[in-house]
Structures are given as C-alpha cells and as structure tokens.
Design a protein around this ligand. Sequence first.
Ligand code: ATP
Ligand code: MG
Length: 420
Amino acid sequence: MRQSQLFTKTRREAPKDEVSKNAQLLIRGGFIHKEMAGAYNYLPLGLRVLQKIIGVIREEMNRIGGQEILMTTLQEPRAWEATGRWGDEAVDVWFKTELKNGGELGLAPTHEEPLTNIMREHVSSYRDLPRYVYQFQNKFRNELRAKSGIMRSREFIMKDLYSFSRTEEEFRQFYEACAAAYLAIFARVGLGDVTYRTFASGGSFSKFSDEFQTISDAGEDTIYIHEGKNIAVNKEVYNDEVLKDLGLDRGELKEAKSIEVGNIFPLGTRFSDALGLTYKDEGGSEKPVIMGSYGIGPGRLMGTIVETLSDEKGIVWPTAVAPFRVHLVELSNGNADVTSEAAELYRELTSAGVEVLWDDRDARAGEKFADSDLLGLPLRVVVSEKTLAAGSFECVERAGGKTEHLSTSALIDRLKSHVS
Ligand code: ATP
Ligand code: MG
C-alpha cells in the first residue's frame, strides 16, 4: 500500500487523557482512534494487526477441533435468569437496555448461556459429543476502570471457545490440548518468552482455572513464576496449600506484574444443569454435559504486544502480526530515478507475496524515519540516491537494528527464508 494514500496520519503527541503506553503509541501511529474512555476504533493499520492476531488464534483453534460460529450480542433475560446471572449483583458489568415494545435486553458480557441453549437443540446422544465451538465476537462489559487502553475496553472482541464433553477425563484431555494451543498462540505472536500458564482462582465456576499471564509492569495482576517449570501462580491463590499441591517452593518463585492475556475454565455442569443440556450415554441414561470455557482477547493481546515489545522510538511488531512486513522508505528528493526504482521494488515484492507499506510521501528523511520507527514494521528498506549508486538497498531490522545491503533478489530470498 502507498502511504500517501493511507487516510491516517501519525502524530507527535497522544491525547492528554490517555495514560496507557499501548494506546498512546497506537494512537500516535494512527492504528486506533479513541472514541471515549474504554472504547476504541481500529483504523486500517490497527485492523490489519487485529486480523492477523485473530488469524493465528483461528488456526490454533481449528487445529484442536474448534468449529467457528458467530453469535448475536443481544441477550434476553430468560437463559441468564435460569443460571442466576441476569442480576447486576451476580454480574456487575452488564450493559442493559429497555426494548421499545417492552422487555429488557442485555449486551452479552460472555456467551455460556445462549450457546448452551443452542447446543441443547443439537446434542442428544453420546455420539454427538465431544464438541468444541468458538467465535470471535464483541463482548460488552461496563468495566469500572478503563485506563489500560485497548487492554481493557468496555466493548472488545473475545475469542471464546466452549467445550462440551461426556466425561471429566474427556474434558481434561481437551483442556490440556487447549492450554497447549494457547502457548502456541502466544509464542507465534512474539510473547512466548514472557507468557506463563498461571494457576488461578476459578471464580464462581470451579475451584481453579488457568490464566495465561504476560510479564509487564503495565499489568494489573501479580504472579509468582517458576522459571524451570515454566509455570506461575496468581497472587489470588498464592498460599501454602496451593504451592504444596503444585510441588512449588516459595524460595524458587519470582514475583512479577503481569497482564492476563487468556483464561481457561472448567465449568463442570453448572450451565448444563441449569439449562438442561444432557445426553444419553451408551446405557441409555441421561447425563449432564461437562463444559469448559476458553477466552482470549485479541485486542488485549495486541495491547500487550505493544506494551512489552516497543522501545523509546515506537512499536516493534513481530512479523506474524505486523500490518505489513516491509516498510519501503523512498528518499527521492525529487529524483525520478529513485522513485521509479522504489516503484519497481514495490512491484517485485508485492508480486512475491510480501506485504509492503511504501512511504512515497513527499517528506523529509528525518520525518520518514521517525514515522517508520513509530509504526514498527519488521524490515525497513531504504531506496535513495545513495542506494541507487551502490546498486543495493539498505535493509534495517526494526528489532535490534541489524543492517544489510541487499539486491532485489537477495532481499526476496531473505524475506522468504526468514521469519523476521
Ligand atoms: P480480567 O480479569 O482482566 O477482568 P476476565 O477474567 O474477566 O478478565 P475473561 O472473562 O476470562 O476475562 O475473558 C477472557 C479474555 O478476554 C481475557 O483473558 C482477556 O484476554 C480478554 N478480556 C477480558 N476483559 C477484557 C476487556 N475489558 N478488554 C479487552 N479484553 C478483555
Ligand atoms: Mg481474570
């Protein structure tokens, strides 16, 4: 894409009321626009990142047998009354509204109830199970604090998967497969080294759950990490009994602030009992379906990537989620040969399947480089009178700053063989 055509502009300053680093950098780069506290719009560059993150999650969910659907946000009270979750005392983040022709609706903060109802129409026998159903869908939560940018917004996309199993054992098997898929997702988006499967409280559903926590000072959680075992314990459940169960020793754990990027929960039969989701087993007796829920917030993940991987100059996108792979920076200074060289390289790279943002704007080199650092694409390729004379392009990695001088074909080879 030609940067001169991009409707968004970069800006030097973030809005004064924006306190989080992720939103400051994303707003300055033109990735997002702040509508109000806790509500953000994704602009072309930001949407590309969000869609890449969603793509990674989708691949991993499909790999473990997930079937994708899309549910409505609008919720009637009935199912939620049956599980005791319609009341504001039970769920304190509801957005609710009156219907014009009477009655009340809520905007879904999560989707256990309506999906359990759907499954009731499709599951009746042991042959119909297990099933794994997921979606990427907007959730609405009237969050009290919305100061963490896109990491905690009042409307956000969640990947929520729900598992429906016959036995505790069958449920556990999937639960572990999903935990492994989550670790694969966080590794693919560049957070593998700083994200830990974390033992946590199960809230009102079960005794325990597993969170996936990424180390960051911007986090709202505190965890205790065991480096050797690659696991952690949330402060909420950090006590002698839990440590003993997990075979962990206080002395070996390191405290850190962290961001919850994902959460998986055993739900047991809490929803299937309340809403009547049962199946007939081989012997013909009626059994409740055993459920689990598995959430990841792609927006929170995007914010976490910005929080953890950016530097003083701007964002540093990992290749897997970068809006474009290459930032082609043309420094033509009015020289038509430079422009046509840049145009030719743009054509060759795009036809080789490389996503390129071509900075063809009429702007000073300093401004272009500062913008390029802020936008954080993995590889900057400079075309100028100097590179033209040298017969190669200057290629600079955003992460680490490694510089190489490459011909077009060497550049294409490099892009094909490198992950970054
Ligand atoms: P938190 O403890 O941070 O409030 P939660 O435990 O309520 O989150 P879940 O209901 O388990 O979160 O949601 C699953 C995932 O959705 C979370 O792990 C997180 O990645 C994401 N998420 C939750 N709330 C928000 C939000 N307000 N904005 C963006 N993403 C969110
Ligand atoms: Mg949580």
